[in-house]
Ligand binder design. Structure first.
Ligand code: ADP
Length: 447
């Protein structure tokens, strides 16, 4: 096992990873920008290194500075968390060249899955069902028109290097193809420095259902069930739950074993998520994330498996500690992403938290990096915490969630907790009947 792990991240996920390291007796190194000098992940780490000014490009995304921090502290491994450099194949490669372990998959797998066109081809080859779409990239309007005509409208133009819901444009008819193509390409170029795009059939009422996988890089791989992340705003997840209200056990086992078999063939190492859209009983692969996800705690709640501990074990060279038949699912879990944002306009609300009282009790977990008196800097993502509630069944989980939301007090900044208090009372949510467009429709009606 490692002696010292450097955590190349901030906020709740940096703390989450520290906790797992501490349980295994591994020393932790926090890195931080000058904006984060007072952050909890810095306070609780064994050591910390300031790696630069607030802009992420000069700190959390700056590879030479992170390498220097590893060297100064003698860290023998780096956990990238999610976001920032977690899916940067070059970062993984550079660390390995310096004999520092990257806690994640091989750089080759990161690279394949980071290009969504190649990821789809790979998934297809491994026997995973994919969304119908173009064979590879589409460059000219004539090509796009031909693909869309063959598939039928509406279609979705997506960035090959896409992420965070950016670089995605719907075209509902021939007349919209030209502008959708040029806008998607321009957005992709600006966000990812790569303007390659591809086309997919635009599904009208799918759910977003993703499968958590784990491999040890030696051909052992398992699935840990699904998460339903259909409640989204601007293609970004807001509420996640496991199991999905839309699946039964047989469907879960079928898609889970297809994905696990694919990961065995790929010799995948570490934690990963294979994302699907699910419509009319069919699964369609959209992408694979080669890292820990924000929503991993819902899987931890229903399986009792600590995914970060397992990441550390596998990265240090141990074989997978679980077999498929050891993994069982118990009860139901829901996660709410608490953002420091206005709950109606979603305008970020940085500033000082004057009062912080998180809920507690059986089946309640709050993963957060903030505290009373903490000043949320304006420079980063507005996620300040995650409320994860577990119950014996979905009904108990919803009742507990309602209680937790009424107990949660956060003063000084605006947060999205009032939105969840409303959601948890909506009949469609209570009945589990919602697709990826439900939340946008709900928010639209409220204006
Ligand atoms: P990103 O990498 O930017 O997160 P994804 O490919 O994972 O992009 O898609 C994000 C979300 O966009 C999905 O969860 C879904 O809501 C929507 N989406 C993506 N592809 C399609 C599609 N073919 N049809 C309908 N909605 C889609």
């Amino acid at each position: 096992m490692f002696d010292k792990v450097l955590i190349a991240n901030r906020g709740e996920i940096a703390l989450r990873i520290q906790r797992a390291c501490k349980e295994l007796g591994i020393a932790t190194v926090a890195v931080h920008s000058t904006a984060d000098a007072d952050a909890m992940h810095v306070r609780l780490a064994d050591e910390s290194v300031c790696i630069g000014p607030p802009p992420a490009s000069e700190s959390y995304l700056n590879i030479p500075r992170l390498l220097a921090a590893c060297e100064i502290t003698g860290a023998d491994a780096v956990h990238p968390g999610y976001g920032f450099l977690s899916e940067n194949a070059r970062f993984a490669e550079i660390l390995e060249e310096h004999q520092i372990t990257f806690i994640g998959p091989t750089s080759e797998h990161i690279r394949i899955m980071g290009d969504k066109i190649e990821a789809k081809e790979t998934a297809k080859r491994l026997g995973i069902p994919v969304v119908p779409g173009s064979d590879g990239a589409v460059t000219t309007e004539a090509e796009a028109l031909a693909v869309a005509k063959a598939m039928g409208y509406p279609v979705l133009i997506k960035a090959a290097s896409g992420g965070g819901g950016r670089g995605m444009k719907v075209a509902r008819s021939e007349a919209e193809i030209g502008s959708a193509l040029s806008t998607a390409r321009a957005e992709a170029k600006a966000a990812f420095g790569d303007d390659s795009v591809y086309i997919e059939k635009y599904l009208q009422k799918p759910r977003h259902i993703e499968i958590q996988v784990f491999g040890d890089g030696r051909g052992n791989a398992v699935h840990l069930g699904e998460r339903d992340c259909s409640l989204q705003r601007r293609h970004q997840k807001v509420w996640e739950e496991a199991p999905s209200p839309a699946l039964n056990d047989a469907q879960r086992q079928k898609i889970g074993s297809t994905v696990a078999a694919a990961m065995q063939k790929l010799k995948y190492r570490g934690a990963g998520t294979v994302e699907f859209l699910y419509e009319d009983g069919e699964f369609y692969f959209i992408e694979m994330n080669t890292r820990l996800q924000v929503e991993h705690p819902v899987t931890e709640a229903i399986t009792g498996i600590d995914l970060v501990l397992e990441q550390l074990r596998v990265a240090s060279g141990s074989p997978l500690s679980m077999r498929q038949e050891d993994i069982t699912f118990s009860g139901h879990a829901i996660e709410c992403r608490i953002n420091a944002e206005n709950p109606k306009t979603f305008r970020p609300s940085p500033g000082k938290i004057t009062y912080w009282h998180p809920p507690g009790g059986l089946g309640v977990r709050v993963d957060s990096g903030v505290y009373q008196g903490y000043r949320i800097p304006p420079n980063y993502d507005s996620l300040i915490g995650k409320l994860i509630v577990h119950g014996k069944n979905r009904n108990e989980c919803l009742m507990r969630l309602r209680r937790c939301l009424s107990e949660f007090v956060i003063d000084g900044v605006e947060t999205t907790t009032p939105l969840f208090s409303e959601l948890v009372r909506q009949p469609d949510i209570v009945n589990g009947i919602y697709d990826i467009h439900w939340l946008e429709r709900f928010l639209g009606k409220q204006d």
